[in-house]
Write a protein that binds this ligand. Structure first.
Ligand code: GTP
Ligand code: MG
Length: 386
């Protein structure tokens, strides 16, 4: 495989002068089954980092240099990734910082994970054997630990422990399918979005423990605003992922209001209550079906296996009966356990009213959502399920 190590630099002359000989003399010769290339992405560093790189290029032919205007860490990495894929024909790219916080001696272990079948390897500080610098202040430690935890909760993905690591190895067969031109951030938070997208593409992810060292030379380029931006990017991606669910809730909520208005209107017209309730129920079912069909699940229409409008409508009615059945069963069990009325916050309320609130939230909503996605509209046929 052709593996391109991408290293962005901004005023890293001292570090890069130490790093390139280590990579070329100690690390690359160790990796025999792959071709290793080094791509330095320098943003016109005033300290002459690029000149130092050019000197090394005379000695080692596997080094390339990309220069440009300084537009942020993410932008530099994206430029490097595109160049590595388009001009260097990379099969995999590694994100690797120049400041020795990433230990070059870890590179072979990340590559080994790819050899063992991974598509996306994370140098991870939060799996057994990995760590963050002891020297870091409490604030930076907290932000780093909390940042990863926040991401895992927001994305409901607990399989990845380190979501902000900058030490990665990615197969370009996956990276090519990420829309690098429209990332939400040009800075630090780019890495969360690539991680998010690659996971969504069902890449096989492997976390390899790394010790993340304190910076020895040069200055940190990370800002407080990067941290805020990272939280924004993580949350925005979480909402985009749950777009379908938010629409489903809105349709269900308006259906509920419609149901009650209909029942009330029919009662005012002198229709018997139980008939009004049944008409109201069916109106809500029709509303849910039509609105979900036209809006929430609109993107499933082109799929042939879905069946006709009428077939789906009938299925939808049957599924709605199932949910009514579940609600009836829950109320039946609750009344048997607690009696006709329950005391809540000092008030005596009908058991059915009390029990239906958690039952709808915890049982009916997830169940309906699952049935809609799996049985009625079959979203698993779609390439991406946003
Ligand atoms: N080309 C380019 N490189 C950058 C830019 N910002 C940061 N870098 C480089 O990217 C790497 C990571 O940046 P750092 O400032 O070390 O960020 P960090 O490792 O998250 O933070 P520290 O722990 O404080 O070092 C370093 O090699 C930097 O020189 C940029 O805007 N352009
Ligand atoms: Mg650093």
């Amino acid at each position: 495989m052709k593996i391109v190590i991408i290293t962005p630099t901004y005023n890293e002359r001292a570090n890069i002068e130490k790093m390139i000989p280590v990579l070329e003399n100690d690390i690359f010769p160790e990796i025999k089954n792959h071709t290793l290339l080094l791509l330095i992405v320098d943003d016109k560093s005033p300290d002459g980092t690029a000149d130092a790189v050019r000197n090394f290029m005379k000695k080692w032919s596997n080094i390339e240099l990309l220069t440009g205007e300084k537009q942020g860490l993410g932008f530099a990495y994206v430029r490097g990734m595109k160049y590595a894929m388009e001009q260097m024909n990379a099969d995999a790219v590694m994100e690797f910082d120049a400041d020795f916080q990433h230990d070059p001696h870890d590179i072979p272990r990340l590559i080994q994970a790819i050899d063992e079948g991974a598509d996306y390897v994370i140098g991870s500080r939060y799996v057994s054997g990995g760590s963050i610098p002891k020297e870091w202040g409490l604030d930076r430690k907290f932000l780093s630990v909390f940042g990863s935890l926040f991401t895992r909760i927001a994305w409901l993905n607990f399989s990845i422990h380190d979501t902000t690591s900058g030490f990665k190895l990615t197969k370009t067969s996956f990276l090519k399918r990420v829309d690098l031109d429209h990332l939400l951030s040009k800075n630090f938070a780019y890495k969360m979005q690539i991680l998010h997208d690659v996971v969504k593409l069902k890449a096989k992810v492997k976390e390899v423990p790394i010790i993340f060292y304190e910076r020895e030379n040069g200055k940190s380029k990370i800002h407080v605003k990067d941290q805020f931006e990272s939280f924004y990017v993580v949350l925005r991606l979480a909402v985009l992922d749950r777009k379908r669910f938010v629409k489903f809730l809105l349709v269900g909520g308006t259906g509920f209001v419609l149901q009650f208005l209909t029942i009330y209107a029919f009662i005012l017209l002198g229709i018997k209550q139980f008939i009004a309730a049944m008409i109201g129920g069916e109106i809500a079912i029709l509303w849910n079906f039509i609105a979900n069909n036209m809006w929430t699940f609109r993107d499933t229409k082109l799929i042939k296996e879905q069946g006709s409008f009428l077939k789906r409508l009938v299925k939808f009615n049957v599924a709605s009966l199932a949910s009514i059945g579940v609600q009836g069963l829950v109320v039946y069990i609750a009344v048997n356990i607690f009696g006709e009325k329950m005391k809540i916050f000092g008030l005596s309320l009908h058991t059915s009213i009390v029990i239906l609130v958690p039952a709808i939230i915890l049982l009916v909503i997830p169940m309906n959502y699952l049935i809609y996605n799996r049985v009625i509209w079959k979203t698993h046929h779609l390439k991406s399920n946003f």
